[in-house]
Design a protein around this ligand. Sequence first.
Ligand code: F6P
Length: 362
Amino acid sequence: MERKKTKRIGLLTGGGDCPGLNAVIRSVVKSGLNLGWEVCGIREGFEGLLKPGKICPLRRKDVAGILHVGGTILGTTNRGNPFAQKTKDGRTVDLSDRVVKRFHSLGLDALIVIGGDGTLSIAKKLSDKGIPLVGIPKTIDNDLSGTVITFGFDTAVSTATEALDKLHSTAKSHQRVIVVEVMGRYAGWIALNSGVSGGADIILIPEIPFKIEAVVEKVLERYRRKRNFCIVVVAEGAKPLGGEMFTKECKETGRVEPLLGGVGQWVSEEIGRRTGKETRSLVLGHLQRGGQPTTFDRLVATRFGVAAVELVAKKKFGQMVALRPPNIESVPIAVAIAKRNLVPLNSDVLKAARALGISFGD
Ligand code: F6P
């Protein structure tokens, strides 16, 4: 590769997609180009550094008109950890040295990695191996530490809230209990925030293992008060007291985290069986990851992109940009991934919900 005159930085998105990724890509590209740098897009996360033909310079016109568009123009994957790459014949191999070598052979000066805890954990290890790297936190789950919020979360909560609004009318018309399973992995943020904003009667989150008897009692109490319908929001990671999280079989090679799911249907069936009421359940699933980012997410993503470029300019590597209102600051990536950001039991939102009579099944 010919010798460059200016900084050349690589940019990739890893893990599950979320609304706002394109906004942050645009922000990094525009602010980088404005400094006279070259920004190279790496396709499909770290896999793009292992395979040929996955890297190309991003021009202004490549990021034009994508601010409000969901998904990521760079593509992403939930598989592909270069430190533990699964081969087709079932072996696990460490390809991280190859990634480091490729980074240098491309003449890159720095890497900006946009990801959640899985992607940023890989980023941290690559940073320890000498790659000058900066992280940007994204995930609808909002489970990264060190930042008040990750972008993508606000849009996911809005989508779930809108779904709850719609479900109210049909639940009421049919006098049904409707159970909605939302994403969030091991954190209950989406369930809690959408449940409160969408007027749920019961919210079940991983941080508060539930008793099905308490859930049933809350349903019956509503019907006794002639409120003849009930909306239950269940986080996919919620579990009964003393029980396990519900998982789904997944045959994808190289997947690190288990696929959660099934608790909503179980809760719905138990309520039906124990109360005799008509119940229905639905899984909002990947709807929560799609669509246009909210204004909030676009703004945070844009600010994160500019802040990441500034960190590269200042050579502050191994750091992740973070929202610490009113500012965007930075924290070591190690801090962001050290522990999951779960809903604290003294959360103000939890308190508000309880004050309104919302049950958490405890
Ligand atoms: O981490 C984001 C997330 O959407 C989780 O909420 C969910 O458990 C998981 O990803 C789903 O993964 P996949 O897109 O591989 O089905």
